[in-house]
Design a binder for this molecule. Structure first.
Ligand code: ZN
Length: 134
């Protein structure tokens, strides 16, 4: 697989409204989009850091995986997303061939018009890893 760069960092927060002023007013980052991803029970907000993005993730339901992450003391970086140039589907085949446990067996639609798939942190050195393509 060919990874070109970090696409975004996913950061779990209890409230986007509470943390957004830090990112926009203190760090001076450009907030450009908010989007609810219904099937993941999450509201997202995107900020630009050059070519890389910050994806703030707010749970929209008590049974959201983001709420569980926060309840387990996991405030902060939730996942790292890599941009794959030669297709997420292809990358999943390669990962599986290397014994990596997949959360998503096939690419699906994520926020910000990306095709995405997650790799399980148990086989990625503890970091929940997202692969994406535009
Ligand atoms: Zn993400």
């Amino acid at each position: 697989m060919k990874i070109s760069r970090i696409e975004h960092l996913g950061i779990a927060v209890q409230s986007i409204a509470d943390v957004l002023p830090y990112y926009t007013d203190v760090l001076g980052l450009e907030f450009y989009k908010e989007e609810v991803v219904e099937d993941q029970k999450v509201k997202t907000a995107f900020l630009k850091v050059g070519e890389v993005k910050i994806e703030l993730l707010e749970p929209t339901s008590p049974d959201s995986t983001i709420q569980k992450f926060l309840d387990n003391g996991g405030r902060g970086v939730h996942h790292v997303a890599f941009k794959v140039e030669d297709g997420v589907a292809n990358a999943l085949v390669q990962c599986e061939g290397n014994g990596i446990r997949l959360i998503d067996k096939a690419p699906r639609c994520g926020a910000d018009s990306l095709k995405i798939a997650f790799l399980h942190p148990k086989s990625t050195c503890g970091i929940l890893t997202e692969l994406c393509e535009e």
